[in-house]
Each structure stands twice: as structure tokens, then as C-alpha cells.
Write a protein that binds this ligand. Structure first.
Ligand code: XMP
Length: 310
């Protein structure tokens, strides 16, 4: 595809649609929202307000790191602390779709709607991509970011219109566009990370304590596999427990699953044949985390599994 032409067209389209009004967008640091942020700023400059909502579901140090990367590109990003709101909304929920719904509702109907009102924005720029639309329409999963496609009128429900500049692209095209826009490789080549973030990496109820565990495991897995060239890798915390021994004492501990997959566009995936040494090293590090005494490697392709667990 012709990335230069695509970006020019989208910038013109955003300019024309927004006119003199104000727009807002939420940045998560993933390649999709990062690309939309740069496109939006090139089109609208100061008319666009970009916010990063800290939902407590992010990776270690992520909110601050992302804000800094954009500041270095002269794009100001407001960091909004909504950690308590998300944790309260997720309390007591164990069903995957209810958890996703809680993250959606907290984001759109509580936090974002407040930010939109405060900003006076009439337009929301969103990083929806083609795969999100296809999988949601097919009923495979309710992605949190495509309210419009599933028949929710955002203007009615939330008071703004949505612009989705990437909705015709798949992930590999988005990365190309990101590169064309001058995003650093750290962002353009970033592995996918779901909107509901670590809530999709905890089976069962999301609590501050479990988030800490899965955050630590995620940091280990990402450090060990960042040069694997794999499409995506992650750590998942299960609700099941297993007996183990620590300091000569029986421990009914937690279980972390490591997943590492190859894919082009996340519609199908195969498992990366990691070396035994690498797997052992990851296992050793993961089982040093407080309360975790088992580490499993998931061998399941997509289908029949999805990539995330929730
Ligand atoms: P699944 O688990 O459906 O994931 O096989 C396919 C790809 O999509 C990512 N994913 C999401 N991305 N919002 C997103 O922006 C979401 O709610 C979401 N759920 C899954 C997942 O990480 C994988 O790359």
C-alpha cells in the first residue's frame, strides 16, 4: 500500500470532518492509538487533545514512558489517573465479557465522557482497525473499541462522534503507516497489547494484588522474549492453584502461563518453538515471584484458542 498517500488522505479527511471544532483522543501506547495520535496532531495541531488514562491495568512504568516518548515528539499528552475507578468497577467480576464490559463502561461512560466534557471536544479519534471490526461482527469477541460497528450511537450515548482513520487497515499496514509518520521503532514495532490490558491476562477477578503479580511476570516475559521476533508474547495468571514447595514448606501457589505466538494479523496464530533453555530460564524467573510456584507454556494455536485468555 502507498502509506504516504494514505496518511495525506486521512489527514485531509480529519481536517475536513473536524473543521474548527475540538477533538480528543485516548492514547494507550499501542501501535494503533499511537498512529492515530500522530495523524491527529498532524491534521489538527492544538485542536486535538490527547489523553492517556492510567487504568492500573498497564505494564510496569508504561503510562510515564509513553507520555515521555510523545513529549519528545512535541506532542503533549495529559496523564489521567483513573486507577481506583477501574479497580472498583472490576471488583467481584469473573466472567470475561463482564470484565471487558466493565473496562469499556468505566472508560467510555465514566472517565472519557468526563474528559470529553471538560475539553469541549465534539470528535473522538479512535484507532479501530479492520481485524477489530471483523472479529466483533463475527461475534468472536467483543472488542472494547468499536461501539459504532456494534450499533451503539456514540453521539446519543456519549455525546461525541467517532473518527476511525485506520478502520480499513490490518496491523501490518498500521505499522507501515506508523513508520511513515516517523514514530520510533519502539512504538511502530511494538507487540500488540489489548485495550483492556492486563484485565485480559488475569483469569477470574482482577485485584490490585493479582495485577502486581501479572505485571511482574509480564516484565520478565517481555524482557526474555523481546528479541525473539515473535508476533506477541505474554504472561497470564490463572485462578487455579497448585501445590508446591517453598522453603521446605507446602505452598498452594499461583500458576502463570507463558504464551508466545507467530501471526501476521492476529486472525490465526501458531506457537513459537522457543528453545528449552529459554523456557527454563523464564520458568526459573517466573517462579521466583511471590506466591507463584508453577509456570506453564501454552502450546495451543489460534484456532481453537484465541490469543488472549479473557
Ligand atoms: P484474540 O484474543 O481475540 O486477540 O485472539 C487477537 C488480537 O487482538 C488483541 N486484542 C485486543 N486488542 N482491544 C484491543 O485493542 C481488545 O479488547 C482486544 N482483545 C484482544 C490481542 O492481544 C491479539 O493481538
Amino acid at each position: 500500500m502507498d502509506c504516504k498517500k494514505f496518511t495525506e488522505e486521512q489527514i485531509a479527511h480529519i481536517k475536513e470532518t473536524v473543521g474548527d471544532a475540538k477533538a480528543i483522543n485516548a492514547l494507550s501506547g499501542g501501535v494503533d492509538s499511537s498512529t492515530v495520535t500522530v495523524l491527529g496532531h498532524q491534521a489538527l495541531g492544538k485542536q486535538l487533545k490527547t489523553v492517556f488514562v492510567d487504568n492500573d491495568l498497564m505494564r510496569e512504568g508504561e503510562p510515564q514512558r509513553i507520555v515521555k516518548i510523545f513529549a519528545d515528539m512535541d506532542i503533549p499528552v495529559d496523564l489521567v489517573d483513573a486507577r481506583q475507578e477501574f479497580l472498583s468497577a472490576l471488583a467481584g467480576l469473573t466472567d470475561p465479557e463482564e470484565k471487558r464490559q466493565a473496562v469499556t463502561d468505566t472508560f467510555y461512560s465514566k472517565v472519557f465522557v468526563r474528559l470529553v466534557k471538560e475539553s469541549g471536544a465534539k470528535f473522538l479519534l479512535h484507532g479501530t482497525i479492520l481485524t477489530d471490526i471483523e472479529e466483533t461482527v463475527a461475534g468472536i469477541k467483543r472488542q472494547h473499541n468499536i461501539l459504532a460497528q456494534i450499533g451503539i450511537d456514540t453521539e446519543d450515548a456519549y455525546g461525541y462522534s467517532v473518527i476511525e482513520p485506520l478502520k480499513t487497515l490490518r496491523k501490518d499496514d498500521v505499522r507501515e503507516v506508523a513508520k511513515t509518520l516517523g514514530l520510533p521503532a519502539e512504538l511502530s514495532q511494538r507487540i500488540p497489547f489489548p485495550g483492556p490490558a492486563l484485565a485480559t491476562r488475569i483469569v477470574g477477578e482482577v485485584t490490585a494484588e493479582k495485577l502486581e503479580t501479572v505485571r511482574t511476570a509480564t516484565a520478565i516475559v517481555e524482557e526474555e522474549l523481546c528479541d525473539s521476533g515473535a508476533f506477541q508474547y505474554m504472561a497470564v495468571l490463572l485462578t487455579d492453584r497448585a501445590t508446591g514447595i517453598r522453603n521446605n514448606k507446602r505452598e498452594f501457589g499461583q500458576i502463570i502461563v507463558v504464551r508466545c505466538i507467530e501471526s501476521v494479523d492476529a486472525r490465526t496464530a501458531t506457537v513459537t518453538p522457543l528453545s528449552w533453555d529459554k523456557l527454563n530460564r523464564i520458568c526459573q524467573r517466573i517462579t521466583k515471584i511471590k506466591g507463584v510456584n508453577r509456570c506453564l507454556y501454552d502450546l495451543t494455536p489460534k484456532p481453537p484458542a484465541t490469543i488472549e485468555y479473557v
